[in-house]
Design a protein around this ligand. Sequence first.
Ligand SMILES: C[S@@+](CC[C@H](N)C(=O)[O-])C[C@H]1O[C@@H](n2cnc3c(N)ncnc32)[C@H](O)[C@@H]1O
Length: 310
Amino acid sequence: MSSFFVLQKQYEDLARDEIIAISKSYDPKSNIKSEPRLVMVSSKVPWQKIASRATFARYSGTIENTFDDITKIDLSIPTPKSFVCRTINLSSKNTGSSALERQAGGILSKRWGSKVSLSNPHVIVYLIITDSKKYLGYADCQISPSHPKKIIKHPHELDTKLARCIVNLSGLKEKDTLCDPFCGTGTILLEAESMGINGIGMDFDKTMCKITRKNLAANGFDSQVINSGYEKIQDIMGTIDGIVTDLPYGISSRSSVSPKKLIQDFVSVIPKRKKLVIVYKKGLEVDDISKAKKYEIYRHKSLTRVIAVR
Ligand SMILES: C[S@@+](CC[C@H](N)C(=O)[O-])C[C@H]1O[C@@H](n2cnc3c(N)ncnc32)[C@H](O)[C@@H]1O
Protein backbone atom coordinates (compact mmCIF):
# COMPACT_ATOMS: atom_id res chain seq x y z
CA MET A 1 0.00 0.00 0.00
CA SER A 2 1.33 3.45 -0.90
CA SER A 3 0.85 6.69 0.94
CA PHE A 4 0.95 10.10 -0.68
CA PHE A 5 2.03 13.43 0.72
CA VAL A 6 1.41 16.68 -1.13
CA LEU A 7 4.06 19.15 -0.04
CA GLN A 8 3.60 22.82 0.62
CA LYS A 9 5.25 25.08 -1.99
CA GLN A 10 7.72 26.78 0.35
CA TYR A 11 10.79 24.76 1.40
CA GLU A 12 9.96 21.91 -0.98
CA ASP A 13 13.33 20.14 -0.55
CA LEU A 14 13.07 20.28 3.19
CA ALA A 15 9.49 19.05 3.07
CA ARG A 16 10.44 16.10 0.84
CA ASP A 17 13.44 15.08 2.94
CA GLU A 18 11.39 15.35 6.12
CA ILE A 19 8.88 12.78 4.81
CA ILE A 20 11.74 10.54 3.64
CA ALA A 21 13.53 10.73 7.02
CA ILE A 22 10.36 9.92 9.00
CA SER A 23 9.43 7.01 6.70
CA LYS A 24 12.93 5.50 6.77
CA SER A 25 13.19 5.83 10.54
CA TYR A 26 10.16 3.55 10.98
CA ASP A 27 10.82 1.31 7.98
CA PRO A 28 14.31 1.46 6.46
CA LYS A 29 13.00 -0.52 3.49
CA SER A 30 10.47 2.19 2.59
CA ASN A 31 10.33 2.66 -1.15
CA ILE A 32 10.01 6.33 -2.01
CA LYS A 33 9.10 7.98 -5.29
CA SER A 34 8.65 11.64 -5.84
CA GLU A 35 7.43 14.17 -8.33
CA PRO A 36 7.37 17.93 -7.93
CA ARG A 37 5.47 18.66 -4.67
CA LEU A 38 4.45 15.01 -4.28
CA VAL A 39 6.05 12.16 -2.34
CA MET A 40 4.77 8.58 -2.48
CA VAL A 41 5.89 6.08 0.11
CA SER A 42 5.45 2.29 -0.06
CA SER A 43 6.21 0.95 3.40
CA LYS A 44 4.89 -0.69 6.53
CA VAL A 45 4.27 2.73 8.06
CA PRO A 46 0.65 3.93 8.07
CA TRP A 47 0.32 7.33 6.37
CA GLN A 48 -1.37 8.72 9.49
CA LYS A 49 1.82 8.13 11.48
CA ILE A 50 3.95 10.10 9.01
CA ALA A 51 1.32 12.85 8.63
CA SER A 52 1.08 13.35 12.40
CA ARG A 53 4.79 14.21 12.45
CA ALA A 54 5.46 15.91 9.10
CA THR A 55 5.50 19.69 9.28
CA PHE A 56 5.27 20.63 5.65
CA ALA A 57 2.81 18.09 4.18
CA ARG A 58 -0.47 19.76 3.14
CA TYR A 59 -2.55 16.75 2.17
CA SER A 60 -1.94 13.07 2.75
CA GLY A 61 -3.62 9.72 2.40
CA THR A 62 -3.50 6.44 0.52
CA ILE A 63 -2.73 6.22 -3.19
CA GLU A 64 -5.05 3.70 -4.85
CA ASN A 65 -3.91 3.77 -8.48
CA THR A 66 -3.48 6.00 -11.50
CA PHE A 67 -6.12 6.82 -14.09
CA ASP A 68 -6.33 8.18 -17.62
CA ASP A 69 -10.08 8.16 -18.11
CA ILE A 70 -12.05 9.75 -15.27
CA THR A 71 -15.15 7.69 -16.15
CA LYS A 72 -13.26 4.51 -15.25
CA ILE A 73 -12.02 5.50 -11.78
CA ASP A 74 -12.52 2.94 -9.05
CA LEU A 75 -11.62 2.68 -5.38
CA SER A 76 -11.44 -0.60 -3.48
CA ILE A 77 -12.71 0.70 -0.16
CA PRO A 78 -15.87 -0.04 1.81
CA THR A 79 -18.73 2.14 0.60
CA PRO A 80 -18.50 5.42 2.54
CA LYS A 81 -21.64 7.08 3.94
CA SER A 82 -20.55 10.34 2.37
CA PHE A 83 -17.57 11.62 0.43
CA VAL A 84 -16.13 14.56 -1.44
CA CYS A 85 -13.75 14.72 -4.42
CA ARG A 86 -10.85 17.16 -4.37
CA THR A 87 -8.50 17.87 -7.26
CA ILE A 88 -4.91 18.75 -6.45
CA ASN A 89 -3.34 20.16 -9.57
CA LEU A 90 0.44 19.92 -9.36
CA SER A 91 0.89 20.08 -13.12
CA SER A 92 2.00 23.07 -15.14
CA LYS A 93 -1.37 23.16 -16.95
CA ASN A 94 -4.85 24.28 -16.01
CA THR A 95 -6.79 21.04 -15.59
CA GLY A 96 -10.32 22.32 -15.03
CA SER A 97 -10.26 21.16 -11.42
CA SER A 98 -13.88 21.77 -10.48
CA ALA A 99 -15.27 20.09 -13.59
CA LEU A 100 -13.11 17.04 -12.82
CA GLU A 101 -14.32 16.97 -9.21
CA ARG A 102 -17.96 17.19 -10.29
CA GLN A 103 -17.51 14.44 -12.86
CA ALA A 104 -15.73 12.12 -10.41
CA GLY A 105 -18.31 12.95 -7.72
CA GLY A 106 -21.18 12.04 -10.05
CA ILE A 107 -19.59 8.72 -11.05
CA LEU A 108 -18.75 7.60 -7.50
CA SER A 109 -22.04 8.80 -6.05
CA LYS A 110 -23.91 6.67 -8.60
CA ARG A 111 -21.69 3.63 -8.01
CA TRP A 112 -21.72 3.83 -4.21
CA GLY A 113 -25.16 5.31 -3.65
CA SER A 114 -23.48 7.69 -1.18
CA LYS A 115 -24.10 11.37 -0.78
CA VAL A 116 -21.57 14.09 -1.45
CA SER A 117 -20.75 16.12 1.67
CA LEU A 118 -18.59 19.18 1.19
CA SER A 119 -18.27 20.07 4.86
CA ASN A 120 -17.97 16.79 6.75
CA PRO A 121 -17.27 13.87 4.40
CA HIS A 122 -16.44 10.37 5.67
CA VAL A 123 -13.95 9.98 2.83
CA ILE A 124 -12.04 12.51 0.75
CA VAL A 125 -11.22 11.25 -2.73
CA TYR A 126 -8.14 12.97 -4.13
CA LEU A 127 -7.50 13.42 -7.84
CA ILE A 128 -3.83 14.37 -7.96
CA ILE A 129 -2.68 15.66 -11.31
CA THR A 130 1.01 15.95 -12.11
CA ASP A 131 2.71 16.59 -15.45
CA SER A 132 3.37 12.87 -15.87
CA LYS A 133 0.38 11.09 -14.26
CA LYS A 134 -3.06 11.32 -12.69
CA TYR A 135 -3.27 9.62 -9.31
CA LEU A 136 -6.37 8.53 -7.43
CA GLY A 137 -6.05 8.63 -3.66
CA TYR A 138 -8.25 8.84 -0.59
CA ALA A 139 -8.23 9.55 3.11
CA ASP A 140 -10.83 9.05 5.82
CA CYS A 141 -9.49 11.92 7.89
CA GLN A 142 -7.14 14.85 7.63
CA ILE A 143 -4.16 14.74 9.93
CA SER A 144 -1.71 17.48 10.77
CA PRO A 145 0.79 17.75 13.61
CA SER A 146 -0.32 19.35 16.85
CA HIS A 147 2.32 21.56 18.42
CA PRO A 148 2.91 21.76 22.17
CA LYS A 149 2.19 24.96 24.14
CA LYS A 150 4.91 27.56 24.48
CA ILE A 151 4.06 29.76 27.46
CA ILE A 152 7.31 31.77 27.50
CA LYS A 153 8.71 33.06 24.26
CA HIS A 154 11.90 34.82 23.26
CA PRO A 155 12.85 36.92 20.20
CA HIS A 156 15.63 34.49 19.24
CA GLU A 157 13.58 31.32 19.44
CA LEU A 158 13.22 28.95 16.55
CA ASP A 159 9.73 28.74 15.13
CA THR A 160 7.86 25.61 16.10
CA LYS A 161 7.45 24.30 12.54
CA LEU A 162 11.14 24.52 11.77
CA ALA A 163 11.98 22.96 15.13
CA ARG A 164 9.70 20.01 14.42
CA CYS A 165 11.11 19.62 10.92
CA ILE A 166 14.73 19.45 12.12
CA VAL A 167 13.80 16.87 14.76
CA ASN A 168 12.21 14.84 11.97
CA LEU A 169 15.29 15.19 9.75
CA SER A 170 17.33 13.54 12.53
CA GLY A 171 15.41 10.29 11.97
CA LEU A 172 14.85 9.88 15.72
CA LYS A 173 11.70 8.13 16.89
CA GLU A 174 9.76 7.31 20.06
CA LYS A 175 11.94 6.36 23.04
CA ASP A 176 15.14 7.63 21.36
CA THR A 177 17.04 10.35 23.19
CA LEU A 178 17.76 13.71 21.59
CA CYS A 179 20.15 16.27 23.02
CA ASP A 180 19.88 20.02 22.37
CA PRO A 181 23.02 21.49 23.94
CA PHE A 182 22.00 25.11 23.12
CA CYS A 183 18.36 24.76 24.14
CA GLY A 184 17.37 28.42 24.73
CA THR A 185 13.62 28.39 25.41
CA GLY A 186 13.32 24.67 24.65
CA THR A 187 11.51 24.75 21.29
CA ILE A 188 13.35 21.69 19.95
CA LEU A 189 12.85 19.71 23.17
CA LEU A 190 9.13 20.55 23.18
CA GLU A 191 8.60 19.35 19.62
CA ALA A 192 10.70 16.24 20.23
CA GLU A 193 8.86 15.21 23.40
CA SER A 194 5.49 15.86 21.74
CA MET A 195 6.53 13.09 19.32
CA GLY A 196 7.56 10.72 22.13
CA ILE A 197 11.31 11.42 21.86
CA ASN A 198 13.16 11.84 25.17
CA GLY A 199 15.04 15.11 25.47
CA ILE A 200 18.10 16.44 27.24
CA GLY A 201 18.66 20.18 26.97
CA MET A 202 21.63 22.29 28.02
CA ASP A 203 22.20 26.01 28.16
CA PHE A 204 24.88 27.96 29.96
CA ASP A 205 22.35 30.67 30.71
CA LYS A 206 20.41 29.95 33.93
CA THR A 207 17.47 32.11 32.82
CA MET A 208 17.12 30.16 29.59
CA CYS A 209 17.13 26.89 31.52
CA LYS A 210 14.32 28.21 33.74
CA ILE A 211 12.29 29.23 30.69
CA THR A 212 12.77 25.81 29.11
CA ARG A 213 11.71 24.05 32.32
CA LYS A 214 8.55 26.19 32.51
CA ASN A 215 7.72 25.54 28.86
CA LEU A 216 8.19 21.80 29.36
CA ALA A 217 6.16 21.77 32.59
CA ALA A 218 3.27 23.59 30.87
CA ASN A 219 2.88 20.50 28.68
CA GLY A 220 3.50 17.95 31.43
CA PHE A 221 6.81 17.05 29.75
CA ASP A 222 9.84 15.80 31.61
CA SER A 223 12.85 16.29 29.32
CA GLN A 224 15.93 16.95 31.40
CA VAL A 225 17.48 20.44 31.42
CA ILE A 226 21.09 20.94 32.49
CA ASN A 227 22.45 24.39 33.26
CA SER A 228 25.89 24.07 31.72
CA GLY A 229 28.07 24.77 28.73
CA TYR A 230 27.69 22.43 25.75
CA GLU A 231 30.94 20.65 26.68
CA LYS A 232 28.94 18.63 29.23
CA ILE A 233 27.50 16.67 26.28
CA GLN A 234 30.69 14.58 26.25
CA ASP A 235 29.79 13.09 29.65
CA ILE A 236 26.42 11.84 28.39
CA MET A 237 27.27 11.04 24.76
CA GLY A 238 26.67 7.32 25.31
CA THR A 239 23.03 7.91 26.30
CA ILE A 240 22.21 10.12 23.29
CA ASP A 241 20.89 8.88 19.94
CA GLY A 242 21.12 12.19 18.13
CA ILE A 243 21.88 15.89 18.51
CA VAL A 244 19.52 18.52 17.15
CA THR A 245 20.37 22.11 17.96
CA ASP A 246 20.21 25.76 16.98
CA LEU A 247 23.51 27.48 17.59
CA PRO A 248 24.03 31.10 18.70
CA TYR A 249 23.93 33.63 15.86
CA GLY A 250 26.17 36.20 17.51
CA ILE A 251 28.66 36.56 20.35
CA SER A 252 26.96 36.04 23.68
CA SER A 253 27.69 38.49 26.49
CA ARG A 254 28.75 35.50 28.59
CA SER A 255 31.33 34.19 26.20
CA SER A 256 34.17 35.65 24.22
CA VAL A 257 34.11 32.92 21.59
CA SER A 258 33.00 33.95 18.11
CA PRO A 259 29.90 32.11 16.81
CA LYS A 260 31.98 30.47 14.05
CA LYS A 261 34.61 29.23 16.51
CA LEU A 262 31.82 27.98 18.78
CA ILE A 263 30.34 25.93 15.90
CA GLN A 264 33.79 24.59 15.05
CA ASP A 265 34.56 23.61 18.66
CA PHE A 266 31.12 22.11 19.18
CA VAL A 267 31.02 20.03 15.97
CA SER A 268 34.53 18.73 16.64
CA VAL A 269 33.41 17.02 19.88
CA ILE A 270 30.48 15.20 18.25
CA PRO A 271 31.43 11.72 17.03
CA LYS A 272 30.75 11.24 13.29
CA ARG A 273 28.55 8.20 14.01
CA LYS A 274 26.02 10.35 15.93
CA LYS A 275 23.19 11.86 13.95
CA LEU A 276 23.68 15.61 13.95
CA VAL A 277 21.26 18.30 12.76
CA ILE A 278 22.32 21.88 13.37
CA VAL A 279 20.90 25.28 12.55
CA TYR A 280 23.26 28.24 12.23
CA LYS A 281 23.44 31.63 10.60
CA LYS A 282 24.52 31.56 6.95
CA GLY A 283 28.15 32.58 6.67
CA LEU A 284 29.32 30.58 9.70
CA GLU A 285 30.11 27.40 7.74
CA VAL A 286 32.90 25.23 9.16
CA ASP A 287 34.90 22.38 7.54
CA ASP A 288 33.53 19.56 9.71
CA ILE A 289 30.09 19.98 8.15
CA SER A 290 31.20 20.73 4.60
CA LYS A 291 29.78 17.41 3.37
CA ALA A 292 26.49 17.68 5.30
CA LYS A 293 23.23 18.10 3.40
CA LYS A 294 22.22 21.75 3.71
CA TYR A 295 19.03 23.77 3.35
CA GLU A 296 18.73 27.55 3.47
CA ILE A 297 15.85 29.32 5.17
CA TYR A 298 15.59 33.04 4.44
CA ARG A 299 14.17 34.95 7.39
CA HIS A 300 14.98 38.60 6.70
CA LYS A 301 17.74 40.53 4.96
CA SER A 302 20.24 40.04 7.76
CA LEU A 303 19.33 36.48 8.70
CA THR A 304 19.34 33.40 6.51
CA ARG A 305 19.45 30.21 8.54
CA VAL A 306 21.22 27.08 7.33
CA ILE A 307 20.10 23.63 8.41
CA ALA A 308 22.88 21.05 8.11
CA VAL A 309 22.18 17.31 8.45
CA ARG A 310 25.19 15.08 8.98
C1 LIG B 1 20.00 30.53 19.12
S1 LIG B 1 19.75 30.30 20.84
C2 LIG B 1 18.75 28.84 20.88
C3 LIG B 1 17.32 29.17 20.71
C4 LIG B 1 16.43 28.00 20.87
N1 LIG B 1 16.49 27.11 19.72
C5 LIG B 1 14.98 28.43 21.09
O1 LIG B 1 14.11 28.11 20.26
O2 LIG B 1 14.72 29.12 22.08
C6 LIG B 1 21.30 29.71 21.41
C7 LIG B 1 21.37 29.44 22.90
O3 LIG B 1 22.68 28.93 23.17
C8 LIG B 1 23.06 29.34 24.47
N2 LIG B 1 24.54 29.26 24.50
C9 LIG B 1 25.46 30.07 23.94
N3 LIG B 1 26.70 29.61 24.14
C10 LIG B 1 26.58 28.46 24.83
C11 LIG B 1 27.51 27.49 25.31
N4 LIG B 1 28.82 27.64 25.13
N5 LIG B 1 27.02 26.39 25.94
C12 LIG B 1 25.69 26.23 26.13
N6 LIG B 1 24.76 27.14 25.74
C13 LIG B 1 25.21 28.22 25.07
C14 LIG B 1 22.50 30.74 24.60
O4 LIG B 1 22.31 31.05 25.98
C15 LIG B 1 21.18 30.63 23.83
O5 LIG B 1 20.10 30.37 24.69
